[in-house]
Design a protein around this ligand. Structure first.
Ligand SMILES: CC(C)(COP(=O)(O)OP(=O)(O)OC[C@H]1O[C@@H](n2cnc3c(N)ncnc32)[C@H](O)[C@@H]1OP(=O)(O)O)[C@@H](O)C(=O)NCCC(=O)NCCS
Length: 234
């Protein structure tokens, strides 16, 4: 059965857990899976209020707020719990690990599908925020405290605010590797070409090839002569 598998999974992944019974009695990460299964069932049958009620009661009990609409795969391991929020359109694949303080939330700018989708075997470190309808590929690791705002490809490790990919397939990702060092633009050549173009335009204007356009006059506008209103003679 799903819940038994979930409890065994927590026992296997948490070195501090001694047996499945301990997990069932003591672990908020397990309790929230039980209540969410019920809330999600009611949500799917359009019992929205009761579903939300169960989800909120569970939040008081566990410190983990999972919207009843969120879709959660098999063997989710929520370590510690507390301060975790999953939004209504969140989708989580199988065998994921989520630490305390994680938000899988919206940016406030989208409607409809507005929360993240996680593939299988994804790890989201403590305090990390994954925001918007982004896709996090299989086997991705998001570092503790990171803020993810873009899709992440499978097998990537992303860290920081905003999160940047630092590893793919455990191999260091170095932005300098992508730099094309053969075809670097020649800034001096570009500058000289631009000066030549300006010079030929100025020469053409002086030779009267074409009249200057508005705002291209080099000479300042003529100043009107002072009025000779008869005051000078006094
Ligand atoms: C990201 C993490 C999963 C490690 O993934 P990994 O693929 O093994 O990556 P590495 O440990 O090789 O680290 C890759 C780089 O990211 C850096 N890094 C790792 N975690 C980071 C973090 N949370 N914030 C910023 N940088 C981090 C490393 O220093 C390393 O930098 P380098 O490229 O300059 O050497 C791990 O560091 C992490 O944050 N785990 C979450 C654990 C957690 O939340 N525990 C709570 C227990 S209560």
């Amino acid at each position: 059965m799903g819940l038994w598998e979930d409890a065994k999974n927590i026992r296997d992944k948490d070195p501090a857990a001694r047996n499945v019974l301990e997990v069932i009695i003591l672990y908020p990460g397990f309790h929230v899976l039980v209540t969410h299964k019920l809330a999600h069932f009611l949500y799917r049958h359009k019992w929205f209020f009761v579903a939300r009620l169960i989800s909120q009661l569970s939040r008081h009990l566990t410190g983990i707020e999972i919207h009843p609409g969120a879709k959660i795969g098999r063997k989710l391991f929520i370590d510690h719990g507390m301060g975790i929020v999953f939004g209504e359109t969140t989708e989580i694949g199988d065998n994921c690990t989520i630490y305390h303080g994680v938000t899988l939330g919206g940016t406030g700018k989208e409607t409809g599908k507005r929360h993240p989708t996680l593939g299988d075997n994804v790890l989201i470190g403590a305090g990390a925020k994954v925001l918007g309808p982004v896709y996090i590929g299989d086997n991705v690791r998001v570092g503790a405290g990171s803020v993810v705002l873009k899709n992440l490809p499978a097998n990537a490790t992303a860290v920081g605010v905003p999160a940047e990919i630092v590893r793919i397939n455990n191999k260091k990702v170095c932005p300098a590797d992508d730099l094309d060092q053969q075809d670097i633009p020649d800034i001096f050549e570009q500058r000289i070409a631009s000066l030549e173009a300006r010079l030929s335009r100025a020469e053409a204007r002086l030779q009267g090839e074409y009249p200057p356009g508005p705002g291209q006059l080099d000479t300042p506008p003529l100043r009107r002569p002072p009025e000779s209103g008869g005051q000078s003679g006094r």
